[in-house]
Ligand binder design. Sequence first.
Ligand code: ATP
Length: 521
Amino acid sequence: MTDPGKLIYLPLVVAAPAAAYFVARFLIGLVRYARADKAVRPMLRKAWGIKARWKRDARRVGLTQIERGRPKWWSSTPATTVIEREMIPTVRVTAQWWGVLVDACTVGRLGLNEFQDAAGHLADVWKVPQVRVEQLRPGVIRLRAILRDPLTESSQKTDAGGRSAVPATALAVPALKASAPIRRQPAPGRTPTGPLSPWQLPADPGVWHAGVDADGNAVTVRSSGVSGAVVAGLAGYGKTSFLNARLVQLAPLPQVQWVLIDGKGGPDYDDLFARAWLSAKDEPEQVRDHLATVHQLMVDRQHAIREVLGCKNMWDVGPSPTWPLVLVVIDEAHTFFNQSKGTDGPSKRLDALARETTRLVEELIRKGRNVGIQVILATQKATADAIPTKIRDNCQVAISFAQRTSEAATAILGSDITASPGEHPRRLTDPAYIGVASMVAPHRPGFTLVRTTHVPDDLADVIATRNAHLVRDPAQLLLGQRMAISRSHLVAREGGGPIRQDHPAAFPFVKPFQHAEEDSL
Ligand SMILES: Nc1ncnc2c1ncn2[C@@H]1O[C@H](COP(=O)(O)OP(=O)(O)OP(=O)(O)O)[C@@H](O)[C@H]1O
């Protein structure tokens, strides 16, 4: 028989492990706090406060749901009684160097929209400047109580003296793994120096390294199978730097050729032109001529693709030095689509050029995808008066830096952006957000804010100039390939090669180019 006197110790035996657990947690917390940097301690205190008061706060901002049901089978309440149960999303709270991360499980009808509606109230309750909400994955909503926005930390690559650092490896394609972590959270108290720069990432024409998100994770934009991209944003918010980052990454690749058109007409692109197959400033006639050349290349490639690549889509095999991706970048693109509708001679001539340019760009975007032609349009405003909708709406990729109006943001990102106030480009007008863009990124729900990498002009210029020897004329490359194929067919026929049938249908049909005919004469 158990000694009844010992039973009084039973609650103690049960409670002791629980008490030990809580004491251990408390002590671990204290040690963490003591060891944390001064700048991180307020975040830890804030995180503890949010965790401790979550249930009360959730009720106050309306993040609860009442469920009606029957009592549990062990309850003494009559089974016929309808009882109400309050459901509150469970949360996981962690302190970050920039604020507090709260991952909340969705409950019933409490999902992304309800958390977004409550974001302003939560910011007031938690006494933080901003609460950003996003859907992390189905069933989990991520809230960021931001005290110091990581997206406002500039990513400019500078040396200790503040000058832009051009590493010796700038011209090499480094052997970093695609999965290499980009910028993780910096050591507490240290200023983040930004993500890995474009020249430090594995270069791949099919992937566009855009920058890093608020957590420091790399964000990419689809480039494979894309024929059109629009980059819009107010003047001075980072469009050109963003394009520089892309060009810098592609410059050392012989499987990419550039066509650079600078509608600004200034010196911005002067040195980049060295690496370009075709280049032009704000001269409408020259721009039209270059686009006509690219258009002709597109038509020729359409005719030749099966014969040369053995497939209907270049992206199935990827770009190569002999069939390079032709990247057409048109900065300040609206310059070339604008029609004055004047009645005098010069205005009519310019309007005719604008119509022709519009038609060529529209066709390149609509038909250039499978033959490896990609057009990137940069513009301050992507509304229909600046970029014709038949061009803009056919672009598969849209990226927006700061915008002053909702109309401009909707024009570039579509009406869905109104449902994402946290990622709305109108929020990015603060100068701290220069270089931050809103975009739809692959495998991420909704819109993502990305701090793009700042590539100073001088760095882009150096890399472009040093890779100038890689410039080739894709039309000539195509011609060479077709002639080589024609020759091999001829040899096979005459020399009794693999094609030895008398019926003409047995020989593959090769439509000679104009130049090929001239050559053989
Ligand atoms: N990612 C970035 N991080 C920090 N600063 C940046 C970033 N991108 C650009 N900047 C700063 O913003 C300035 C303007 O950038 P940029 O010339 O790319 O703007 P833009 O949008 O192309 O302007 P415009 O339409 O007038 O050509 C740069 O000189 C640079 O100082």
